[in-house]
Design a binder for this molecule. Structure first.
Ligand code: LMR
Length: 329
């Protein structure tokens, strides 16, 4: 009998959480042979909603769901006890007219407690994916308060940007999205991020050969991906939920399975100085996984245009880090 994986989800009753839990429970993410125990974490006032979600999870009769445990965010150490994965979704979302970094002083402190509780209670091999914004810097805050958890186990989500970029390239090229591969997102999950079309491939060919409108690639494509979160908020009156949940699950799935040759996973990890990105910040890079360990893929082409875009987003991350200096031990 395979030992169940314990997967904690903060903000479990929120829109992203709700769109995440059933797929985590279904066997889709960790495999049909891998039982999962879900730790649902919510604010004290949302515990009733967790009861309803628990009923619905029971009602799905997922063979892979080995248990559901509900916790208040008042006691994160209890909630994170022995967990193997933490999806940090719970946070205040941005509204119309805000940048994600406007949330930094609101959400940042939440991640101090999250990091401390993970350090105190989670499995020593726990993997943590931060979704709540500004996710790169929130991840840095949490990681800094969890000195006993390996640095390689911390991720912030740029997969939503990767998926958005792949879709935009596919639409422009009039090809199915499955034909688009190797899309890296550099830097911050923000309006400065650099969605990298230079190394992207469409049907195995460089995207910039398939899409000959290079002005579009260098301007409209980049700004569409950078501004997509804001566009969703403007249209929906609320920030992306289903696509964010999907991207979080894609991230986990991609990390626990080998990355196919010639493709990359996009996630933000602690920089080791690769590609001239300052060490010690959480930056989007092209990654590959063997199903257990990941590495930053080396050898991506970075020309002068890409360099200036990467530098701009890294400078923003450095500024965000300075803004939360008091939250970093
Ligand atoms: C997104 O990219 O849709 C999310 O990070 C939410 C937001 O504030 O943009």
């Amino acid at each position: 009998m395979t030992k169940p994986l314990r997967v904690a989800v903060t903000g479990a009753a929120g829109q992203i959480g709700y769109a995440t839990l059933f797929r985590l429970a279904s066997g889709e993410i960790f495999g049909a042979q891998q039982p999962v125990i879900l730790h649902l974490i919510e604010l004290p006032q949302a515990q009733g909603a967790l009861d309803g979600i628990h009923m619905e999870l029971d009602d799905c009769a997922f063979p892979t769901l080995a248990g559901v445990e509900k916790f208040s965010s008042d006691n994160l150490e209890l909630a994170f006890k022995d967990v193997d994965w933490v999806l940090c979704i719970g946070s205040i979302p941005r509204g119309k007219g805000m940048e994600r970094s406007d949330l930094i002083r609101i959400n940042g402190p939440i991640f101090t407690n999250t990091g401390k509780a993970i350090n105190a209670a989670a499995s020593r091999d726990v993997k943590v994916l931060v979704v709540g914004n500004p996710c790169n810097t929130n991840c840095l805050i949490a990681m800094s308060h969890a000195p006993d958890i390996p640095r390689a186990n911390w991720f912030a989500m740029t997969r939503l940007d990767q998926n958005r970029a792949a879709s935009q390239l596919a639409i422009k090229a009039q090809r199915p999205v499955a034909a688009v591969q190797n899309v890296a997102i550099w830097g911050n999950h923000s309006a400065t991020q650099y969605p990298d079309f230079m190394n992207a491939k469409i049907d195995g060919q460089p995207a910039s050969q398939v899409i000959t409108d290079h002005d579009w690639l260098k301007s409209t494509f980049i700004s569409t991906v950078q501004q997509r979160g804001a566009a969703v908020i403007a249209a929906r009156g609320a920030s992306s939920a289903a696509s964010a949940a999907n991207a979080a699950l894609d991230t986990v799935k991609s990390l626990v399975n080998p990355t196919p040759a010639g493709t990359c996973i996009s996630a933000a990890v602690l920089s080791d100085g690769s590609y001239g990105v300052e060490e010690g910040i959480i930056s989007g890079f092209p990654l590959s996984s063997d199903g257990k360990n990941w590495k930053i893929i080396q050898g991506f082409q970075v020309d002068e245009f890409s360099r200036s875009k990467i530098d701009a987003t890294i400078n923003e991350l450095k500024a965000e880090r300075d803004t939360v200096k008091d939250l970093l031990p």
